[in-house]
Design a protein around this ligand. Structure first.
Ligand code: BDR
Ligand code: CA
Length: 302
């Protein structure tokens, strides 16, 4: 069983990824940190704490992190995730709150107490970069890091750039350079495994607590993408990365490369450019059938 720590800008697909982790016996969630991204930080904290309360997992500590990128920018994705970042669904508040420790300290403490931790980053990399900067020995306690982010051939915020990396490209470069063994699941993988409305309705999710929540949440991204592509589809980027963490055999096509972030303030800013080398595992494709099997496990959440 892998111990994991999740850094998230929850986020509809973040919530689905967290649900998958909660239900999967292969992983144990030792903590979750919140980073601003899809929506502002306080909404992200609210979404994570309500989600954990809803599934009776108030035992998992939540740490509040960065409210802007390293350079103070605020790039948001409210259109895809709804104004509250949760498809405007409001789960009941159980009283769970964030810890007094902030994200970099929470991550450091958790990593020291659980050496060999897998760090799963499904938001902008601001918290992780700050933590690695503040605590240079942190990398010794982390076994590896799986990040949803980057675009090899196709971006989502621009033709070249994916949201998590574009929201804080300096942080992404810092993490790439950190020397922590890194696997990324870029936007290209999400494009290969888009879920249509039929895919979503055929999951058999109507009768379970988490399944119903999933169906409700997915309405917002489907409406958003319908306006752009003319059809109801929803990407599952963070859940695909979590599926890989749970079962590495879900990866059906991977390459090895180095990446360099475009940091110049031009139309390419936030792009992740492949360059010579093989230090990063890039998962270009996740098997959709295997992914769906893992996703369906959430039906068992109480
Ligand atoms: C990433 O951006 C966010 O909107 C999603 O939650 C995901 O982490 C996809 O580009
Ligand atoms: Ca996310």
């Amino acid at each position: 069983m892998k111990k994991i720590f999740i850094d998230s800008d929850c986020g509809i697909d973040d919530a689905v990824a967290i649900m998958m982790a909660l239900v999967s016996p292969e992983v144990e969630v030792s903590g979750i940190s919140a980073v601003a991204g899809n929506v502002a930080l306080d909404l992200v904290v609210d979404n994570i704490t309500r989600l954990l309360g809803y599934f009776n997992r108030e035992d998992i500590p939540v740490f509040k992190g960065a409210s802007t990128s390293l350079l103070g920018q605020k790039i948001r994705a409210g259109g895809v995730h709804g104004d509250n970042g949760f498809g405007d669904v409001k789960l009941p508040h159980t009283g769970k709150t964030a810890e007094a420790l902030l994200a970099p300290d929470g991550l450091y403490k958790t990593a020291k107490e659980n050496q060999g931790l897998t760090l799963v980053a499904i938001g902008p990399l601001t918290n992780i970069a700050i933590a690695l900067n503040l605590y240079p020995d942190l990398k010794d306690y982390i076994h590896d890091m799986v990040v949803m982010g980057g675009a090899i051939n196709y971006g989502n915020v621009t033709k070249f750039a994916e949201f998590n990396f574009a929201a804080d490209p300096e942080a992404a470069q810092f993490v790439i350079d950190s020397g922590v063994p890194l696997t990324i699941v870029p936007w290209d993988a999400a494009l290969k495994a888009m879920f249509t409305e039929d895919d979503i309705n055929n999951l058999g999710f109507e009768d379970s607590k988490a399944g119903k929540l999933f169906l409700e949440l997915e309405q917002t991204p489907m409406k958003y993408f319908e306006k752009i592509f003319g059809g109801k589809i929803a990407g599952q980027p963070d859940p695909l990365a979590m599926a890989y963490v749970i079962d590495e055999t879900t990866a059906s096509y991977r390459i090895k490369s180095n990446l360099k972030m475009e940091l110049t303030n031009n139309t390419m800013r936030g792009a992740s450019v492949t360059c010579a080398g093989s230090s990063i595992d890039v998962i270009m494709e996740i098997d959709k059938g295997k992914f769906s099997t893992i996703l369906k496990r959430i039906k068992a959440l109480k």
